[in-house]
Design a protein around this ligand. Sequence first.
Ligand code: GLP
Length: 263
Amino acid sequence: MRIIIKKDQTQAGEWTAAYIIEKIRKTNSEKNRPFVLGLPTGSSPIPVYRELVKRHQAGDISFKNVITFNMDEYVGLPQDHTESYHYFMFDNLFNHIDIPPENINILNGNAKDLQQECEDYEKKIVDAGGIDLFLGGIGPDGHIAFNEPGSSLASRTRIKTLTYDTVLANSRFFNGDLAKVPRMALTVGVGTVMDAREVVLIVTGFNKARALKEVVEGGISHMWTASILQMHPKGIIVCDESATMEMQMETVKYFSNLENSQF
Ligand code: GLP
């Protein structure tokens, strides 16, 4: 696992966007095929999306040859609701780049048959050739996508009931009204994320410090589902200094030295 520690959220976002752009370019030119990118929502990836849009507008990168798969979506929220993940993705990224609409994949939380929707999503990922890079965030309880504590580390795309902690954390987007937060979501599984050829998690802010400590220094545990990244052959955590506050100084120095060493 690589851990990239940046001063703040903006720098973490810039680093991550530059990394993704490089991967898209390489796959498009050297492998001559579309780049398949997994995407999260939440506040953590916003600086990444802002930078991707900026670099696109500067003419640095085209998304014409990129296919995306989003991690999750609430069940029962209309797609045009301002807190739906559909709305979020178009508002923060897709409306501002040149990705063909048919290349965008987001789970439909209003599908008639939710189980079928999840199965079809897994199939679509396989048909696209698998995910090259899954970008993710983590919840304060260390969850990845909506794989809440206790989720199977081998799970696939499915319907999940959200924990009280997540409903509470996400109520900030619903005027603090817990009753308005959907109780269920469709989410890719931990196994779906782990199948990606590369996984990059963006973890910023002091409220993620405990989770980051557990994910990096703790053992692999279904109670901190993002800790499974320890098993990924190509896992990167991009964090800011605030998120490292609960880790041992030794851990922080170790990973910083690795990144800074010239040999
Ligand atoms: C939700 C999303 C996750 C996201 C998490 C943290 O639970 N399903 O994908 O990582 O929130 O969000 P934030 O980045 O806003 O803290």
